[in-house]
Design a protein around this ligand. Structure first.
Ligand code: ANZ
Length: 825
C-alpha cells in the first residue's frame, strides 16, 4: 500500500489557506460571536523547538475548536524580539543584534508557517520595530504623567555577568534568571513603574480568575504580592528626637518584646551606631560589609547561625516603658516593613535563636498549652511558641485570645498615638531601566540644570541608533550613553544642549500590552484602538509555559489595570482563562541550546510532516504534563493519519446522503464522539480527543471490512466526523479528507454536527450469569430488561443448564440488566 504524500498535502493546503485568507479574523461586520485565542509569543533565539511546537499546537486546537463552534476567531502571532540574547550573540560574534534577531524571526516564521497553525498572519508584529516600540515610549510617558513612572536611587539587583540591573521578579533564588550569575546589590538611580500602587487590586482580582487560571499560578502571584496585615508600632529611642516604627503581625505580643533589631544595611542602623564606641563602630562596619555579600534568601534562612552587633542604644516599649537594647542583625531586611522589628523571642523562632545566642531575656506572653498540660519554656526547649492561645503577662490583655488581643492592642496603641493598623507587601516597584542596547529607549531628557523632561511627543519614537557604531560590551553603563551624537539632544524648555536618558526598558514592558496591539497592529494613531479592544479583548484563552507565572503575567495584569484607569479598556484582567502547557523534555531533562539537545521543529517537519508531529504531541499526554520526546510517537501518528485518509478514499458515495439506515453500532461510536468532544476540548483533554478519534477510525475499518462495507451510510457519516474533529490536531489531513469526500473546502469553517441523543442510548448490554460464584455464561439483553425476564433467560440458557445438570437451583440473585447469580446444590 502506498503511503500518502504528506508533504504534497501539507503544501497544498497551506497555499490554499494563504490564498483564501482562511484564518483572518472577521471584521466588524462579522455577526458571529468572537473568541480571542493567544499563545505567548516567541522570543527569536534560534529556530523553533518542540516546546514552541507544543505551545502553538494547543492554542491552535482551541482556535480551531471555536471556529467549528460558529465563532469568529482571532489568533495572532508576533515576536518578542528585544532582549539580551540578541545583544550577547552580537557581542560574541561581532554581529548586529538587529540582523541576528530578524534572521531568527525569518527562520521561525518559516517553521511556524510549515507547522500549519491557523494564525492571522496579517497582524504579525515585532516588538523591536519602531512602529511597535514607539508605543512603549508613549506608555512610559503616560505612566510618568500619572506619577506611575519615577526615578530614584536605591539598592538594586545587579547582575555582574550581564552588567545590568534586574527587577526583583528576575532574580530567582538569588541568581539572574537569564544567565544564572549570583545577583548582588548596588545603589543606583533607576526608573521604576509603581506597581505597588496596584498591589491590592492585583491581589484581590485574582479571586475572579479562580477556576479559570491554574490554581498554582494564582497562588504564586498571591505569595509574590505577599500582603501582610498587622500594625505599625512607634518606639521612642533614647537620645533621638524621632520615634522608630516597626511593622508587626503580632501586636498582641508587645509585652513580650525584649529587644529591637534593625537591618544593618538600613540608614537607621548607620545613624544609631554613630554614637557608639569606636570598637562597636568598627565591628558594625565589618558586619555591614559581610551582610552586603549575602543574598536576601541567605539572610532569611532559618537554619543559619544568628549574628549581630549591639548598637549601644535603647528603645522604650510604648506599653510598659521598658528599656529594650537595639541590635543590628542581618535577618532583618532593610527593604521590608520599616527595616526594624520588635523582637519577641518567646513567640518568634528567629528572635528566639538570636536571644539564646546573645543571652537576651525571653518572656512568654501567650499561653499556648493544651488543657491540663504544662506550658513549655522556650528558653529551655529552644522552640518558640507560635500557636494559638490566651494572653498572659500582658496587663489588661490577659485572658484574651490571640486574635482579640491583636485587635485590642491596636486600639490601645491608636488611642495613645503610638501605633496603628497597617499592611505590608512583599511586592516592590518594578525596576524597568536596563543598561543595555537592544531595547526601547526611555523617552526622557536630562537637562543641564538637572531637570527631567519628556521627549516631546512629536519627536517620538526615539529610535535606536545603528548598532555598528556603538561599543556594545557590557561595562555597567548604557552603551547608548557612549553614542555621543545619539545621546546629545536639546532641552525642550530652554533649547540648551541636553542628554537623552541612555537606558532602555525592560523587555517585559513590551510584552505587558502586546495582546492589545494585535487588534490594530498597523495603527500610527494609537497603541491600540479602544473600539477593537472592546470587541475582542480580554483574551479568552491564553496559553504558555508556567515559567511566566509571575513576571509576565503580573506585569500584563498591572498594565491592563493602568490602561483601564486611563479609560482605554473596560476590563481589568487581560487573560480570562490561562492554560499552562508542560515542557517537552529529552531524556528527562529540559531541552536547551546550551545542552545541545534541542529537537528542532524544522527537522521534524521535514521528517514526519506537520500533522504527525501535532497528533503525536497531542496524544503524548495531558496538556499540563511534561512530556518526554522519547514518548512522542510520530510513527504511530503517521499510521493513524494514513488510515484516516484511506477510510475517506474508501467511501464512494456523494455527499448529502441520509445516514439514517447505517450500521447502528458505528453510528453509536460516531455520535458518542460528537457528544463528548466539545466537553473534552473545553476541559483541555486534547489527548483524549485524539484517542477517541483513533477509536472511531478503527471502528470505521471494522465496518468497512465486514457487512455493508464502505457503501454503508454510517461509514460516510463516521469519516465526515473524523474529518471535522481531526481538523483540531491534523488540519492538512482533515482538509484532504473533506475534499476527497466531495465537499468544498475548507473543513475549518464547518460546524460540528450535534449528536443524536437516540444514538447515545446503549440499547443492548451484556449480562453475566454466575453459577455458584463462577461466570458460566454471558447474555446479550435489552438495557431495560426486567428482573423476571432476565432470570428467565438465565435459567433457560443452554450453557447454564449444562452446569446445573441435575442439581437444584435454590437461590437466584438478579441485578438487572447486568448480573444473574444462581446458587445450586
Ligand atoms: C513581632 C512578632 C512577634 C512578629 C511574633 C512575629 C511573631 P510577614 O508575615 O512576613 O509580614 N518583620 C517585620 N519587618 C521585618 C523585616 N524588615 N525583616 C525581617 N522581619 C521583619 O512577617 C511579619 C513579621 O516579620 C513581623 O511581625 C516582624 O516580626 C517581622 F511572635 O513582630 B513580628
Amino acid at each position: 500500500e502506498q503511503a500518502p504524500d504528506i508533504h504534497a498535502i501539507q503544501n497544498k493546503w497551506q497555499a490554499y489557506w494563504d490564498e483564501n485568507g482562511t484564518f483572518l479574523a472577521g471584521g466588524d461586520e462579522d455577526p458571529r460571536p468572537r473568541k480571542y485565542v493567544l499563545a505567548m509569543f516567541p522570543y527569536p533565539s534560534g529556530d523553533m523547538h518542540m516546546g514552541h511546537a507544543s505551545n502553538y499546537l494547543y492554542s491552535d486546537i482551541v482556535a480551531r475548536y471555536w471556529r467549528h463552534r460558529g465563532h469568529n476567531v482571532m489568533q495572532p502571532i508576533g515576536w518578542d524580539s528585544f532582549g539580551l540574547p540578541a545583544e550577547n550573540a552580537a557581542i560574541q560574534r561581532g554581529a548586529d543584534p538587529r540582523e541576528w534577531t530578524y534572521g531568527n524571526i525569518a527562520q521561525q516564521r518559516e517553521s511556524l508557517g510549515r507547522y500549519g497553525v491557523s494564525f492571522d498572519w496579517s497582524r504579525v508584529l515585532h516588538t523591536s520595530d519602531p512602529e511597535y516600540y514607539q508605543w512603549n515610549q508613549w506608555l512610559f510617558q503616560q505612566m510618568y504623567d500619572r506619577g506611575l513612572a519615577y526615578r530614584t536611587e536605591s539598592p538594586v539587583n545587579w547582575c555582574p555577568n550581564d552588567q545590568t540591573v534586574l527587577a526583583n521578579e528576575q532574580v530567582i533564588d538569588g541568581a539572574c534568571d537569564r544567565c544564572g550569575a549570583t545577583v548582588i546589590k548596588k545603589k543606583l538611580t533607576q526608573w521604576y513603574f509603581k506597581i505597588t500602587d496596584y498591589a491590592d487590586r492585583l491581589l484581590d482580582d485574582l479571586d475572579q480568575l479562580e477556576g479559570r487560571w491554574p490554581h498554582k499560578v494564582l497562588q504564586m502571584q498571591r505569595n509574590w504580592i505577599g500582603r501582610s496585615i498587622g500594625a505599625d508600632i512607634d518606639f521612642e529611642i533614647e537620645g533621638r528626637a524621632d520615634k522608630v516604627t516597626v511593622f508587626s503581625t503580632r501586636a498582641d505580643t508587645l509585652h513580650g518584646a525584649t529587644f529591637m533589631v534593625v537591618a544593618p544595611d538600613s540608614d537607621l542602623a548607620a545613624e544609631l551606631v554613630a554614637t557608639a564606641s569606636p570598637e562597636t563602630r568598627m565591628r558594625f562596619q565589618d558586619y555591614l560589609d559581610q551582610t552586603q555579600k549575602q543574598t536576601d534568601i541567605e539572610r532569611q534562612s532559618s537554619d543559619r547561625e544568628k549574628t549581630g552587633v549591639p548598637l549601644e542604644r535603647f528603645a522604650i516599649n510604648p506599653v510598659n516603658g521598658e528599656k529594650l537594647p537595639i541590635w543590628a542583625a542581618d535577618y532583618v531586611l532593610a527593604d521590608y516593613g520599616h527595616g526594624a522589628v520588635m523582637a519577641v523571642p518567646a513567640h518568634d523562632q528567629r528572635d528566639l535563636d538570636f536571644a539564646l545566642k546573645f543571652e537576651l531575656p525571653v518572656r512568654v506572653v501567650l499561653d499556648t498549652s493544651a488543657e491540663g498540660e504544662e506550658l513549655a519554656n522556650p528558653a529551655e526547649t529552644g522552640e518558640a511558641l507560635t500557636g494559638e492561645g490566651v494572653l498572659i503577662n500582658s496587663g489588661e490583655l490577659d485572658g484574651l485570645p490571640k486574635a482579640d488581643a491583636i485587635a485590642r492592642m491596636i486600639e490601645i496603641l491608636a488611642d495613645s498615638g503610638s501605633g496603628r493598623a497597617s499592611k505590608q507587601y512583599r511586592l516592590r516597584d518594578w525596576l524597568i531601566s536596563r543598561q543595555r542596547f537592544w531595547g526601547t529607549p526611555i523617552p526622557m531628557i536630562h537637562t543641564a540644570d538637572g531637570r527631567i523632561e519628556k521627549v516631546p511627543s512629536d519627536q517620538l519614537p526615539v529610535r535606536l541608533p545603528v548598532a555598528k557604531d556603538i561599543d556594545l560590551k557590557p561595562k555597567g553603563t548604557s552603551p547608548l550613553g557612549g553614542a555621543t551624537e545619539w545621546v546629545t539632544t536639546v532641552d525642550p524648555v530652554t533649547g540648551e544642549q541636553a542628554l537623552r536618558d541612555p537606558d532602555t526598558m525592560d523587555t517585559f514592558v513590551d510584552s505587558s500590552w502586546y495582546y492589545l496591539r494585535f487588534l490594530s497592529p498597523k495603527s500610527d494613531q494609537f497603541a491600540f484602538d479602544p473600539n477593537e479592544a472592546d470587541r475582542w479583548a480580554p483574551v479568552d484563552t491564553y496559553i504558555g509555559g508556567v515559567e511566566h507565572a509571575i513576571l509576565h503575567l503580573l506585569y500584563a495584569r498591572f498594565i491592563t489595570k493602568v490602561l483601564h484607569d486611563m479609560g482605554l479598556v473596560k476590563f481589568t484582567e487581560p487573560f480570562s482563562a490561562l492554560i499552562n502547557q508542560g515542557m517537552v523534555l529529552l531524556d528527562g531533562s529540559k531541552m536547551s541550546k546550551s545542552k545541545g539537545n534541542l529537537v528542532q521543529v524544522s527537522e521534524q517537519l521535514d521528517e514526519n510532516g506537520s500533522d504527525a508531529v501535532r497528533v503525536a504531541l497531542a496524544f503524548a499526554g495531558p496538556v499540563e504534563d511534561d512530556k518526554d520526546w522519547n514518548d512522542v510517537h510520530t510513527a504511530g501518528a503517521k499510521k493513524f493519519l494514513a488510515r484516516a485518509l484511506r477510510a475517506a478514499q474508501d467511501v464512494a458515495s456523494e455527499p448529502g446522503i441520509s445516514f439514517d439506515g447505517g450500521d447502528k453500532a458505528l453510528r453509536g461510536v460516531t455520535h458518542h464522539l460528537l457528544n463528548d468532544a466539545p466537553g473534552l476540548v473545553e476541559q483541555t483533554k486534547y489527548n483524549v480527543v485524539v484517542a477517541r478519534l483513533m477509536e472511531l477510525v478503527n471502528a470505521i475499518r471494522k465496518t468497512i471490512d465486514s457487512g455493508a462495507g464502505a457503501a454503508d451510510p454510517a461509514v460516510r457519516e463516521a469519516v465526515e466526523t473524523v474529518a471535522v474533529v481531526l481538523d483540531l490536531v491534523a488540519p492538512h489531513t482533515a482538509e484532504e479528507m473533506w475534499e476527497i469526500l466531495g465537499h468544498a473546502p475548507s473543513v475549518s469553517a464547518v460546524d460540528w454536527a450535534p449528536a443524536d441523543p437516540a444514538l447515545l442510548v446503549e440499547d443492548e448490554v451484556t449480562a453475566v450469569v454466575q453459577v455458584n460464584g463462577k461466570v458460566r455464561s454471558q447474555l446479550q439483553v435489552p438495557a431495560d430488561i426486567s428482573v423476571d425476564d432476565l432470570e428467565k433467560l438465565a435459567r433457560e440458557d443452554e450453557k447454564v443448564l449444562r452446569f446445573i445438570g441435575d442439581k437444584q437451583i435454590f437461590k437466584a440473585i438478579v441485578r438487572a440488566p447486568k448480573l444473574v447469580s444462581l446458587v445450586v446444590k
